[in-house]
Design a protein around this ligand. Structure first.
Ligand code: TMP
Length: 210
């Protein structure tokens, strides 16, 4: 469905507080400095419609919704995100950097909520969500490190309030997904110094963009 793209699509993934936002800001700065036209976006969200879904999805008053309901919300936001924002940017030749994409649904709803890998992949297939990033940076974060960073941040959303076991399953899920597609995934240790990670990310991106 999403063919003939000219730009380059990068997604960042990982568990809570793994440092995605910091690294996305650094990568964006570095690429702009090298003359690339860059667009950063995030999921759930990315469009006014998606941002409204994000509020519903992360809001504490949505506690107890099923995994299937979560996936439907995420899917609706994702379709509009791709249609309204990501594809136009790729067609315009931009480097699009996403703070989470479809792999997050496989990791969180598939592994974390126990829906299973296949069901989430089929869900995407059935909705023609077949856009695959050219490169995915997985910031692999130790569970204690993630928990400590979350405590420092303070106020937690609906997902951040989940127990450690949930995030352990998601972390393993991400590693499994990465194993299936070693060409697309780069796994980076999230505990390292911010500047070192930024350098590693930039090296991988420039190598892949060619
Ligand atoms: P974040 O953008 O601050 O990381 O927050 C988004 C939250 O939503 C995070 O807890 C992961 C969760 N999420 C899913 O459960 N499934 C998804 O497909 C996406 C995109 C996010």
């Amino acid at each position: 469905m999403y063919m003939n793209k000219l730009g380059f699509l990068i997604s960042f993934e990982g568990i809570e507080a793994c440092g995605k936002s910091t690294q996305i800001a650094k990568l964006s700065e570095n690429l702009i400095a090298q003359g690339y036209d860059v667009l950063c976006s995030r999921e759930p969200g990315g469009t006014p419609f998606g941002d409204r879904i994000r509020e519903i999805f992360l809001g504490l008053d949505s506690k107890g919704i099923s995994a299937e309901t979560e996936l439907c919300l995420l899917g609706a936001a994702r379709i509009e995100h791709i249609r309204q924002k990501i594809m136009p940017a790729l067609h315009a030749g931009k480097v699009v950097i996403l703070d989470r994409f479809s792999d997050a649904s496989i990791a969180y709803q598939g592994y974390g909520r126990g829906m299973g890998y296949e069901r989430v992949v089929s869900f995407h297939k059935n909705l023609n969500i077949d856009l695959i990033p050219d490169l995915t940076i997985l910031l692999d974060c130790d569970l204690n490190e993630s928990a400590n960073r979350l405590v420092k941040r303070g106020k937690a959303d609906r997902i951040e309030q989940e127990k450690q076991d949930f995030f352990a399953t998601i972390r393993n899920g991400y590693l499994e997904i990465a194993k299936r597609e070693p060409e697309r995934f780069v796994i980076i240790e999230a505990k390292n110094e911010i500047e070192l990670i930024a350098e590693q990310v930039l090296t991988h991106v420039l190598r892949k963009i060619g």
